[in-house]
Design a protein around this ligand. Structure first.
Ligand SMILES: NC(=O)C1=CN([C@@H]2O[C@H](COP(=O)(O)OP(=O)(O)OC[C@H]3O[C@@H](n4cnc5c(N)ncnc54)[C@H](O)[C@@H]3O)[C@@H](O)[C@H]2O)C=CC1
Ligand SMILES: O=C(O)[C@@H]1CCC=N1
Length: 266
């Protein structure tokens, strides 16, 4: 059987297994998992009774044609060196590792390789998975991977040179926006008698509602600000301060992330 193997059952590996099985795109007998930590293997077996848990990465590689590497970037080389000698060569390696390029992956496995960048928001069926196929990937394998990830959210095909910036937006983005939501809520709570819990509840709901508004109306953020900020009113003084200071903050954050992106896994 053409099983899907998932090496690493951490945040991403766990999310993908849950998503693929919950959506029904894969059956329980079509997934094999390995993970270094005993706790995560036990958690997987408990969450999905009957799922294949391989004793070693090599065993998984012998059983599966599509192999998803959901280990940290610094662990990718070790895992590929371990499994490639045991593989036939017609497998499809799907790497989630941020910052590890196709050339590096193809240097370790000369067959079909795809880079995929999921997002934690696919836990709730939202957000966009980025997909970048290597030159060796045939139509059948490409469509299979795109179909798998479509079951947990949107997918976008990207060129490899677009991946760093696209990753920051789509995949790091939930972390960045969560920090913004937290800071906004904390500032409001500090300045008032509103409890921290209620401030966070309001800020979170407002973020979700604002994204829904922009998505559904097609308005730009500038259009929306124009509707909210009554002339001489409250919003405009806040937006003015943010527009003066945020570009520098975000330019620095993006520059730091791009620098780290180029160094991760080295
Ligand atoms: N967390 C995120 O939102 C995103 C992460 N990624 C990428 O996904 C990959 C995984 O990230 P996370 O799930 O956050 O990491 P994590 O640290 O939560 O999970 C890594 C898993 O790999 C296992 N592992 C480590 N060495 C292993 C080995 N030799 N054999 C088998 N299993 C091994 C660990 O036990 C752990 O379960 C990374 O390469 C990351 O760049 C990509 C997009 C988003
Ligand atoms: O922070 C990270 O390195 C991973 C890759 C993209 C999102 N999370």
């Amino acid at each position: 059987m053409d099983c899907i193997g998932v090496i690493g059952y951490g945040h991403m590996g766990g999310m993908l297994v849950n998503g693929f099985l919950s959506s029904g795109v894969l059956g329980i007998d079509e997934v094999v998992v390995t993970s270094k930590s005993r706790e995560s293997r036990d958690a997987c077996a408990a969450a999905w009774p009957g799922i294949g848990i391989a004793r070693a990465n090599g065993e998984l590689a012998r059983r599966c044609r599509t192999i998803i590497l959901a280990v940290r970037p610094q662990e990718v080389t070790e895992v590929l060196r371990e499994i490639v000698p045991l593989m036939d060569g017609d497998e499809h390696i799907v790497s989630l590792a941020a910052g590890i390029g196709l050339a590096e992956l193809e240097g370790l496995f000369s067959g079909s390789v795809t880079r995929v960048v999921p997002t934690i928001s696919s836990t709730v069926g939202q957000g966009t998975t980025l997909i970048c196929h290597g030159r060796q990937v045939g139509m059948h394998d490409a469509l299979r991977v795109e179909g798998l990830f479509s079951s947990i959210g949107n997918v976008m095909l990207v060129e490899e040179e677009e991946l760093p910036a696209a990753t920051i937006l789509s995949s790091c983005g939930p972390g960045l926006l969560a920090a913004v939501i937290e800071e906004l809520a904390d500032a409001a709570a500090r300045a008032s008698g509103l409890s921290a819990d209620r401030a966070l509840q309001l800020a979170t709901e407002t973020a979700a509602a604002t994204a829904a508004y922009l998505r559904e109306t097609g308005e730009t953020p500038g259009d929306l600000i124009g509707r909210v900020a009554t002339g001489g009113g409250v919003t405009e003084v806040g937006v003015k301060g943010i527009r003066e200071r945020l570009p520098e903050v975000f330019d620095e954050a993006v520059a730091a992330m791009l620098e780290r992106y180029g160094a991760v896994g080295k």
